[in-house]
Design a protein around this ligand. Structure first.
Ligand code: NAD
Ligand code: GLY
Length: 363
C-alpha cells in the first residue's frame, strides 16, 4: 500500500480534537507524528512482544528528546495498578515535566495502561496511541477510555483521557497472529451492527477479502469503524447516553471472558459471541426479526469468529456474572439490544428468565 492510501480522520472534541491516521508506513513517518510531541521528554510504553518488532521503527523519530522505553510483560494479566506505578516511576526517572508525552506502542493492553499512566502523571500529560492490533486500531486507541484491571474485575480503575494523536500503521498487522486479527474484526462488525446498516452490508460483501486480509478492504473497514466511533465519542465523550451502545454484546461477552479466566476467550471473541446472544435475545423479546440474527451470525462465521458459548460454561453461572455488569441499575439487568441491523438501544428491566433461555440455547 502506498502513502496516498493514508486515511486521516478527526475525533472532534473542540480544543482537544485529535487526528487518527490510518495507513501503511506510518510508524516510520516521523515528521507526521513528531509534530504532536510538545515537550522534551517521552516515555514509550510497549511490551516484550511488540517492542522488538516495532520500537526500532520509531526510535529515530525520538531523536533530540530524553526518552526511555518501558516494557510490560505480554498479556492482560499485566494491565495492573502495580505496572502503572512502575510506569510513573519511569516518568520520574526521566524527569518528565508537564509537557512530556507517553507513547503507547502495542495493543489495547498497552494502550489502556499507557493512557492511564499519562492521565495520572502530574494530573495529566499528553499521550499518543500507536496501536499495533486490529482491535486497538478500530476500538481501544480511539475515544480516551484508559485504565487497568483489579483482581476484583476488569477495567475497574480508569479515567477518560484523550490522546493527542492516533497513529495506526497497517504494516504492523503483518505480524499479528490470525486469532488476534479475527478478534479485531468482531469490533468492526460491532460498530456496523450498532449504528450503520450500510457498513454492515459492505462488510457482508467484503467478508472474504477481510478474512484474507486484503489491504484495501482492511483499510476501508478500519477507517469506517473509526469514523463511526469518532462520531459517537464526539457526541457523548463520557458515556452519558449514546456511547453505552458501543457495549453491544459486552455484558454477555464479559461474563464469558471471565468464565474463561481471560485466557480461553479473547475480548473480541467474547464480543462476537455476546453480539449473537444479544441478537437472539432481541429476537425473543420481539424487538428484531430472525433474519437480522441470521445475517449477524453468518457474517461472524464468515470472518472466522465463534458464535457459541464454549463447552463447560454453565448458563446459570454466566447469568450470575452478568448481574455484576456496570450498566445494571436497581438490581435489574440493563442490556444493549437491537431492533435489527444498525439500530441498537439500551433496554432496562430485561427478565432473567429470557436471558437464561438464550444462554442455554447457545451451548
Ligand atoms: P493485547 O494488547 O493483549 O494484544 C493482543 C496480543 O497481540 C498480545 O499478545 C500482543 O503482545 C500481541 N501483539 C500486539 N501487536 C502485535 C503485532 N503487531 N504483531 C504481533 N503481535 C502483536 O490485546 P488487544 O486485543 O489489542 O486489546 C485488548 C485490551 O483492550 C483489553 O484489555 C480490553 O479491555 C481493552 N479494550 C479497551 C477499549 C477502550 O476503549 N479503551 C476498547 C476495547 C478493548
Ligand atoms: N469500547 C467502548 C468505548 O470506547 O466506549
Amino acid at each position: 500500500m502506498n502513502q496516498s492510501a493514508i486515511h486521516s480522520l478527526t475525533v472532534a472534541l473542540g480544543p482537544r480534537s485529535y487526528p487518527v491516521w490510518i495507513g501503511a508506513g506510518l510508524l516510520a513517518d516521523h515528521a507526521r507524528w513528531r509534530a504532536a510531541l510538545r515537550g522534551r521528554h517521552a516515555l514509550v510504553i510497549s511490551n516484550t512482544t511488540v517492542a522488538p518488532l516495532y520500537l526500532p521503527r520509531i526510535e529515530a523519530g525520538l531523536h533530540g528528546l530524553r526518552w526511555l522505553p518501558f516494557l510490560l510483560d505480554d498479556g492482560e494479566a499485566h494491565k495492573t495498578f502495580a505496572n502503572v506505578g512502575r510506569a510513573l516511576e519511569a516518568l520520574a526517572e526521566l524527569g518528565a515535566t508537564r509537557d512530556a508525552c507517553v507513547i503507547a506502542l502495542g495493543g489495547g493492553v498497552v494502550g489502556d495502561l499507557a493512557g492511564f499512566s499519562a492521565a495520572c502523571w502530574m494530573r495529566g500529560i499528553d499521550f499518543i496511541q500507536m496501536p499495533t492490533t486490529l482491535l486497538a486500531m478500530v476500538d481501544s486507541s480511539v475515544g480516551g477510555k484508559t485504565g487497568v484491571n483489579l483482581p476484583a474485575g476488569k477495567n475497574l480503575v480508569g479515567a477518560f483521557h484523550q490522546p493527542r494523536a492516533v497513529v495506526a500503521d497497517l504494516d504492523t498487522l503483518a505480524t499479528l497472529p490470525e486469532r488476534e486479527y479475527r478478534a479485531g474484526l468482531a469490533e468492526v462488525v460491532k460498530g456496523a451492527a450498532i449504528g450503520d446498516a450500510a457498513f454492515f452490508a459492505w462488510l457482508e460483501q467484503h467478508a472474504a477479502a477481510l478474512a484474507a486480509r486484503e489491504p484495501a478492504s482492511v483499510l476501508q473497514a478500519i477507517a469506517r469503524k473509526v469514523q463511526y466511533k469518532a462520531g459517537v465519542v464526539a457526541r457523548d465523550e463520557t458515556e452519558q447516553g449514546e456511547r453505552a451502545l458501543l457495549n453491544l454484546g459486552h455484558t454477555f461477552g464479559h461474563a464469558i471472558e471471565t468464565a474463561g479466566n481471560y485466557t480461553a476467550v479473547l475480548h473480541g471473541e467474547g464480543v462476537a459471541i455476546g453480539m449473537r446472544l444479544a441478537a437472539q435475545l432481541s429476537e425473543r423479546l420481539g424487538l428484531s426479526q430472525p433474519a437480522d440474527s441470521a445475517r449477524l451470525q453468518r457474517l461472524l462465521e464468515q470472518l472466522g469468529l465463534p458464535t457459541t458459548i464454549p463447552s463447560g460454561m454453565d448458563a446459570q453461572r454466566l447469568l450470575e456474572r452478568m448481574r455484576l455488569d456496570k450498566k445494571n441499575s436497581a438490581g435489574q439487568l440493563r442490556l444493549i439490544l437491537w431492533r435489527g441491523i444498525g439500530r441498537a438501544e439500551i433496554v432496562a428491566g430485561v427478565a432473567e428468565a429470557d436471558v437464561l433461555a438464550v444462554l442455554k440455547a447457545a451451548q
